[in-house]
Design a binder for this molecule. Structure first.
Ligand code: UD1
Ligand code: CA
Length: 451
């Protein structure tokens, strides 16, 4: 059966104390909203509708950057979760199949859990995702009768007896698209909050002779983010799981607690990641790479046998072929290094291509930016770039060419040629000694005069 997705993301998130809408705060380099969208994508939804309100423009941008086919509807006033879902009614009026509601601030709902809800849908008309809460606090309580869910009562509206229930509502609900909106049309705001509760559809379903149940998941999955403390906790939870997965997948980490992954980091087996490595978005490491301590990588691809760091920085567009070595204090941006190329010390390579087996000496810089435009540097294969070479792009250095130490290269260097650009050296006999004597005498005079 086809499934439609509604993600509620209109809330302000007052407790974040932020100008940015809550759902755009990031965990593992991606907005909370994108985590929720990713979770929902597991169902291959035929439609994805995001209900936006606070910061709708920014929310729209983030949603469509991740999934251009996502549709945004506006909820200008936040009158409750039921009202929020109703805002998606027009967008889904011709939709068939089921509709699933997720929250944009709840990033960790797993594909397995959603599959379990779908499985329960074969027997029940409405399926709610619940969890045994360690501290039920202000969550909505699930009033069960055996396997049947009778109604959901919000904390504010609950009796003392109902408040004793520890099986709580996560907010995730699945039912047919038709039932969702038929039931919601009957929801009123006659309750302690004066809001339209999505949760009221359970009692209404029951009254209409429809069946409902609750599927249970681990409390950690339903974790919602309401404050910066929650955000930090969500990040820690994400990292703990990513590290465990990496170890499980054949990656060596000597201090996994110091390695930080992004939501989409791909690491091949038999990779070694040393302590204090940070991954930004869009990094892929093939099998058998070695990332040494204190390196920062984002938007980079590293091939088998390559060694990165210690203290290296790979920025977006860094493409390292097999057996490339990138060493300490080397920054690579929008550049390809072909097989076996090496840049081991104190170097900036930006907007460049480096041929196979080429050695880039310490202190080399591709001067790629003229203050307005970026320019490309092309270096051939098996070339040797002398230490402290300045490559003033656009410029090229041929195959098996060399640049002399300290060269300022502003003209193309042909294959096999050597570029030398330095002022000739002159040695003045005895000058150093005479200068030392003069300076020391000056210092002694100043000390005597008490200066
Ligand atoms: C809701 C549930 C509660 C459940 C809890 C789990 C209802 C009535 N209550 O309570 O049973 O235990 O979530 O966290 O559904 N939102 C909108 N527009 C609105 C209102 C909310 O987009 O008008 C969004 C919020 O941004 C948030 C989500 O819906 O992402 C949940 O809203 P929130 O106000 O946090 O619901 P709770 O009162 O916590
Ligand atoms: Ca909440």
């Amino acid at each position: 059966m086809s499934t439609n997705l509604i993600i509620l993301a209109a809330g302000k998130g007052t407790r974040m104390k932020s100008d940015m809408p809550k759902v755009l705060h990031a965990v593992a380099g991606a907005p909370l909203l994108v985590h929720a969208m990713k979770a929902g994508m597991a169902l291959e939804p035929s439609k994805m509708v995001i209900v936006a309100g606070h910061g709708a423009e920014a929310v729209t941008q983030a949603a469509q950057a991740y999934e251009p086919a996502s549709e945004i509807v506006l909820q200008t006033e936040q009158n409750g979760t039921g009202h929020a879902v109703l805002c998606a009614k027009d967008a889904l009026q011709n939709a068939s199949g089921d509709t699933l509601v997720l929250y944009g601030d709840t990033p960790f709902i797993s594909a397995e859990t959603l599959a379990a809800m779908q499985a329960a849908r074969t027997t029940f008309d409405v399926v709610v995702l619940g969890f045994e809460a360690a501290d039920p606090a202000r969550y909505g309580r699930l009033v069960m009768d055996g396997p049947r869910l009778q109604r959901i009562v919000e904390f504010k509206d609950a009796s003392d007896e109902e408040r004793d229930i520890s099986f709580c509502n996560s907010g995730v609900i699945l039912c047919s698209n038709i039932h969702m909106f038929e039931l919601l049309d009957q929801v009123t705001n006659d309750n302690a909050s004066g809001e339209y509760y999505l949760t009221d559809i359970i009692g209404l379903a029951h009254a209409a002779g429809l069946s409902a149940t609750a599927v249970a998941c681990d409390e950690a999955e339903t974790m919602g983010v309401n404050s910066r403390a929650d955000l930090a906790e969500a990040e820690a939870a994400f990292q703990a799981r990513a590290r465990a997965d990496a170890l499980e997948n054949g990656i060596t980490m000597t201090a996994p607690e110091t390695v930080f992954f992004a939501h989409d980091t791909f690491v091949g087996a038999d990779t070694i990641i040393e302590p204090n490595v940070v991954f930004g978005p869009e990094v892929t490491l093939e099998n058998g790479t070695h990332i040494r301590a204190f390196s920062h990588l984002e938007g980079a691809h590293v091939s088998r046998g390559a060694v990165v760091g210690p203290y290296a920085r790979l920025r977006p567009g860094a493409e390292l072929s097999e057996d490339v070595h990138v060493g300490n204090f080397v920054e690579i941006k929008n550049a390809t290094l072909a097989e076996g190329a090496k840049a081991n010390h104190l170097t900036y390579i930006g907007d460049a291509s480096i041929g196979a087996g080429t050695n880039v000496g310490a202190g080399t810089i591709t001067c790629n930016y003229d203050g307005v435009f970026k320019h490309h540097t092309k270096i051939g294969s098996h070339a040797f770039i002398g230490s402290n070479t300045m490559l003033i792009a656009p410029v090229s250095v041929g195959n098996q060419a060399m640049t002399a130490t300290g060269a300022v290269v502003s003209k193309d260097v042909p294959d096999g040629a050597m570029a030398i650009s330095r002022t000739p050296q002159e040695n003045k006999p005895g000058l150093a000694v005479r200068l030392f004597d003069k300076l020391r005498a000056k210092k002694a005079r100043q000390q005597k005069e008490g200066k």
